[in-house]
Write a protein that binds this ligand. Sequence first.
Ligand code: PEP
Ligand code: MG
Length: 749
Amino acid sequence: MMPERSESDSRKLLRRLRDSLAVSGEGQDRLDRITHLIADSMGTEVCSIYLFRDRETLELCSTHGLNKESVHQTRMRLGEGLVGRVARTARAVNTGNAPAEKGFRFMPETGEEIYSSFLGVPIQRVGERLGVLVVQSKSTRQYSEDEVYALEVVAMVLAEMTELGVFLGEGDALSALHKQPILFRGAIGQEGSCEGNVWLHEPRVVVTNPVADDPLTEIDRIRAAVGELRVSVDDLLTSEGLDKEQKQVLEAYRMFAHSRGWLKRMEEDIQRGLSAEAAVEKEQSTARARMQQVPDAYLRERLNDLDDLSNRLLRILTGQGRDTGADMPENPVLVARNIGPGELLEYGRKLRGVVLEEGSVGSHAAIVARALAIPLVIHAHSISSEALNGDHILVDGDQGIAHLRPDEAVASAFLDKMAMAAQAQERYHSLRGLPAQSQCGATTRLMMNAGLMADLPSLEGSGAEGVGLFRTELQFLVRNHMPKRSELAKLYARVIDASNDLPVAFRTLDIGSDKVLPYMKPQDEPNPAMGWRAIRVGLDKPGVLRMQLQALLRAANGRPLNIMFPFISEFREFQMARSYLLREVHREASLGHKVSTDLKVGAMLETPSLAYAPDAFFELADFISIGGNDLKQFFFAADRENELVRKRYDTLDLSFIRFLKNIVARCAKINTPLSFCGEDAGRPTEALCLAALGINTLSMRPASIGPIKHLLRRANLEDVRDIIASVEASQGDTLRPALNDYIASLPKV
Ligand code: PEP
Ligand code: MG
């Protein structure tokens, strides 16, 4: 417990603050009243408020004690001087001798040289940095712990008020939080553009009453809410079907919920004058600030637990947050820190686009966004704390950019670009029934990648000549239980029905790596992408593989069927997988089920080793599909999910092209049909090159079929081969510039 005197002091200060804010007035007047009031209450000569002008710059917005002329003139960068240091580290700086502090920078226009002591605390709201609150005195004294604490509590209330827009003046002189246009430069998750309105996956709770009159009532409220929270967490632990590891994680979570220290700290904040909600937020802010600085992944996870518990507690206290009954805006664009594939699928086709703070291109959410054909921007840092429900947003998935609350000029340029893209789509639509025949007469078969029922309408709409890759794991990922054979058989039958006799290549389960089934025990592997995944799991524990093969055979019910095995690294694995399939064929036949007489068994070539398998492999495989996403990551030893290295190596690098040529030659020698189904098949320059190399089946996301067909029809693959040969002869390293020049030289229609 804090000493009684300081408790009542800070309570008095908070109450004065609240009353002062209740009086109407311009934003600037209000800020000035506050700085005066804080200086007066704390007995300091100076009190100043610095707010973020943009994400990198702080501006002196009000002061009691410093030169008034410097207000809105004095600015500093994040990290600059003591104020900048408080903002950057989100930690208080308390010193009796400011000029002697490392990094001190004196702002002559403010007249602050006569003040020796300095106490600055961050103004922040659940990890969102809004500014810095400073008090200064002439005497060389260090502020007491109680004073630091009191100023932090005041800063917390200021943060809430800032959030509520209390300081926004008529002329918008002050930083207009959640009002200004902001550009988020993230990374490409899925191409395409859209215009829409923000829909927050986890809407934030808005605390409207940071200051409370009656601490006893607030303490009762927080105790009741924590009690409710504890019961719900205990219930989670007793739910059925939890394995040992899940229980361990929940135990840690439960420990936090039952932590006496947590509740005690919040009660102390309430004693100081905060409302129950504001006390929760204060703890949450501290945890978030710590989270950003803790390098240890385990500790960060635990702080994350605390963050999550605080959110739950706020929802209990306010009744706000998720499931508030708020209406989804028109053209919703989902904004979230991160999202799982199942949750994303629940929103389904309602969404126009998705913007995430985290995520990766190879993640499940990205695969689902691709399947739903909606643009996805990932790594848009802090967008979920910046955006409010209903905010206007433009998503540029082609460049990995999101414009939040764009100004008119940006919005109109963006809409022009979208209109042009729509015109191009129209043009592609008219090519739907035409073959991808190049000027030299060669035809490339364009197929689509799929994995969800939602993909099937695209088969007709895109003009795809079949499904070159059906990722069956998506059906496993979107459930929270292992699907039954009958369930799968029904689903695969619907896929075959919808394909209208066009071929569908079903790829058996490719789990492991980043695709972890929620109901399967995760393997603790140091390097999951090169670990126990895909066919390796299928061969070592064949139960699920066999069930899936049975479901596929039942679904085909005598119709033609194409099955391919993922991640085959050696001939023996293909032989084993194929013999499992043949065993199931015999079993099905012996049970009296119809079996397909046109059964093709293929392999995905995703590891360099398979390119050097014996001829017997190329003879036995009915077809081979290059999984370029994996093949490229293993060829260059560059993790496809690691943004730091993902783009470092180019598919059109001649070393990779020579490698692909070798695969083409080996297949050609034996007449083994070869296709390419990685993401590169849907990228124009890459697709042109692959077709010219002789890979005459390309499988891609449906939205790419139109543009690729349009390009291939205008191009002459013989010319492309000449270009490849000449770059090779000139000892070049990449084909990209030469091929881009060639594409630019083609007639536009
Ligand atoms: C690939 O690796 O290129 C591929 C198509 O498989 P996935 O992306 O599902 O790993
Ligand atoms: Mg793969």
